[in-house]
Write a protein that binds this ligand. Structure first.
Ligand code: SF4
Length: 348
């Protein structure tokens, strides 16, 4: 049976939930079956998973919840500690909003329980609000992430403009949420999209809702979703400076707002659309040792790395850090430090 109208999809819900009961993924942030979900763990995981894969986010989730087991504990943490613990996860505005949100929630005595109220908190957009409301508070609302959008685009064989398709998918998904298990429905869609209805070569033979899938019936499921072609990511250029003194390296803290705001960093030039020369923060015998590349959301960065040993002159604001432990550096600077032979961890 293939759906003749959007409403026909309602029949797939029991089968999807039964499949979820048999096949749900075990993830660090998930509660054992039958145990109520903890809003703090749901919220923290959803923020970490924005733009980040499950395997990459999992060790950060474990580290955060060991160190700050409650939202109140996280709210009381120092900004620098949290930014350092976040280093390597990327998209650092998330960490700043995470702290703001934790402090708002702690001040009000707990998470608000509805999607609409959750939307008023820092860093919580429509998807995250829906996910927390459905998973932690059982609200009959949808959490439609990229995985769920892909599943629905195939179920419906959407051909309209992708923005219009996403609106239709959101409305249909919301209508389908069962009154009794909204959180399980959301996680079932996440699991199906992540493990079965994958972007390429979906495993339709393992899918519990094949009978409802228009793309499967057409025989070309991975033709969907049909999205507009991506425009090329622009390139920016810059320089980073590794200033050494014995076993130490000079680090700065970036200004609180903007890209990588508040993070530890190597001194660097502005990042511009044309290649920059060497304009170091202090005079020293600088050597260009090569280039590292890093991809941010809106641009790719090519960063020339320069190395020198410190002389006695006055240094810009910052401090000497042991070169053997540069764990708090964001990935782009960790790459530059590694190129210079320092032991910064690169987590992605
Ligand atoms: S039948 Fe295939 S394409 Fe359709 S939802 Fe299932 S896995 Fe995805």
């Amino acid at each position: 049976m293939n759906p003749k109208s959007d409403g026909d999809l309602a029949g797939m819900v029991p089968g999807l939930l039964a499949w979820f009961d048999r096949s749900a993924r075990t993830l660090p942030w998930r509660s054992p079956r039958g145990v109520a979900r903890d809003p703090y763990r749901v919220w923290l995981s959803e923020i970490m998973l924005q733009q980040t894969t499950v395997p990459h986010a999992a060790p950060y989730f474990d580290a955060f919840t060991r160190r700050w087991p409650t939202v109140e504990a996280l709210a009381a943490a120092a900004d620098e500690e949290v930014m350092q613990a976040w280093a390597g996860l990327g998209y650092y505005a998330r960490a700043r909003n995470l702290l703001k949100c934790a402090r708002d929630v702690a001040a009000r005595g707990g998470f608000p329980v509805t999607e609409n109220e959750l939307l008023t908190l820092p860093g919580i957009g429509p998807y995250t609000a829906g996910a927390i409301a459905a998973l932690a508070f059982g609200e009959r609302t949808a959490a439609v992430d990229g995985n769920a959008e892909r599943v629905f685009s195939r179920l419906l064989a959407t051909r309209e403009d992708w923005a219009a398709a996403k609106r239709r998918i959101g409305a249909i998904a919301r209508d389908l949420v069962p009154a009794t298990r909204p959180g399980d429905f959301a996680e079932a869609l996440m699991d199906l999209g992540s493990g079965v209805c994958t972007p390429r070569q979906p495993s339709c033979g393992l899918c519990p809702i094949t009978a409802y899938c228009a793309a499967f019936a057409e025989g070309l499921p991975d033709r969907y979703p049909i999205k507009p072609a991506k425009t090329a990511r622009p390139v920016r250029y810059g320089a980073a400076y590794v200033l050494r003194r014995n076993a130490d390296v000079w680090l700065i803290r970036r200004p609180p707002s903007g890209l990588l705001g508040g993070m530890l960093a190597l001194p660097s030039s502005d990042w511009t659309e044309t290649r920059t020369g060497c304009d170091p923060p202090v005079e020293a015998g600088w050597s260009n040792i090569g280039e590292v590349r890093h991809v941010f959301t809106h641009f790719a960065l090519h960063l020339d790395v320069h190395v020198a040993d410190a002389r006695r002159e006055q240094l810009p604001e910052g401090y000497w850090a042991p070169a053997a432990d540069l764990a708090g550096l964001p990935t782009v600077f960790a790459k530059a430090a590694s190129l210079a032979g320092l032991s910064a961890r690169q987590r992605h």
